[in-house]
Design a protein. Structure first.
Length: 312
């Protein structure tokens, strides 16, 4: 049955019945607004939108996959501030002929990804639209810590990374060429593996700046460099090319380091730490912060696009 057959409120009832709520949710869907705890007194907030044909394709990803991706893109931004995610608000704009089961499975993916870090889907909105669109707002709690901003990097800091890069970009390339294997890469595109807890742990360890790698490592480090008024150099030898990625790159005629350094959608976390800091578990050094401006690789400018830009 389509969403038209179920109706707006029938669909809301079906979707909300599939959700569960964690301890940070005091009041879930059903009233004019949800109630979420904010023990710190400050709320970290971020929003992101996924548009069919631009961010996902239904012939590439299941509705549950899209739910995981939509939640991850927002929860990662909260983690990159050093905060713990608490809640998601979701708006769904759907064509009238969209199967109601697709919306239900989307909710399953959103709820599962949020629950993996102790957050909940607490509300949202629905509307008819010719283009299938999922808009998500994430909230988070700083637990008494100062937020970790993009503007805090200083010359002499160590650049570190938690999570992986290049996997989702490799999976996207595989899918765009009409293939469905290697499955490991395709699944990385469909459902990113985000190191959520690494954000608050980095904040507690004294990270001076941090960012979610959503558009490509070099592109996102460019935001840190500009905001902090510094230069950032990335070491290519800090990144190993996994075997399946290397095999796929060779078969497709792609330099795997293009995926690793400029590919987005893995949602790794990149942060800078004062020299001599013992990095938290799961973090590894991949470069350094110096005087100057811009982002380089092994001391040289990168030849080509540094990452994704929606309007280019």
């Amino acid at each position: 049955m389509s969403v038209t057959g179920v109706g707006e409120f029938g669909l809301i009832g079906r979707v909300t019945a599939r959700l569960s709520y964690g301890p940070t949710c005091l009041l879930g869907p059903g009233d004019d607004a949800a109630l979420v705890t904010a023990p710190d007194g400050r709320v970290a907030a971020s929003t992101d939108v996924l548009v069919e044909g631009r961010h996902f394709r239904r012939d590439w990803s299941s509705a549950r996959d899209v739910g995981h991706r939509a939640a991850a893109a927002n929860l990662a931004d909260i983690a990159a501030m050093g905060a713990a995610p608490t809640a998601l608000l979701v708006a769904l704009c759907a064509p009238p002929d969209l199967p109601a089961s697709w919306a239900e499975e989307l909710a399953d993916g959103l709820g599962a990804e949020a629950a993996s870090i102790g957050a909940s889907v607490v509300g949202g909105d629905m509307s008819a639209s010719p283009t299938l669109t999922v808009a998500v707002t994430a909230l988070g709690d700083l637990a008494g810590r100062a937020p970790v901003l993009r503007s805090g990097a200083r010359p002499g800091d160590v650049l570190a990374l938690s999570g992986r890069t290049g996997w989702a970009a490799a999976g996207y390339t595989v899918l765009s060429r009409g293939f469905r294997t290697p499955k490991l890469l395709v699944e990385a595109y469909r459902r990113p593996q985000v190191p959520y807890r690494a954000g608050p742990e980095a904040a507690a360890a004294g990270a001076t700046s941090m960012i979610d790698v959503s558009d490509g490592l070099l592109a996102d480090l460019g935001h840190v460099a500009r905001a902090s008024g510094v230069a950032v150099d990335v070491r290519r030898d800090a990144f190993e090319v996994p075997r399946q990625m290397g095999d796929a790159a060779q078969a497709l005629g792609v330099d795997p380091y293009t995926w690793i350094l400029t590919g987005g959608d893995d949602h790794a976390l990149a942060a800078t730490f004062p020299a001599g800091t013992e990095l938290p578990p799961g973090w590894r050094p991949v470069g350094a912060v110096t005087d100057g401006e811009g982002v380089t690789v092994d001391g040289r400018a990168w030849d080509g696009p540094a990452g994704w830009d929606h309007f280019r």
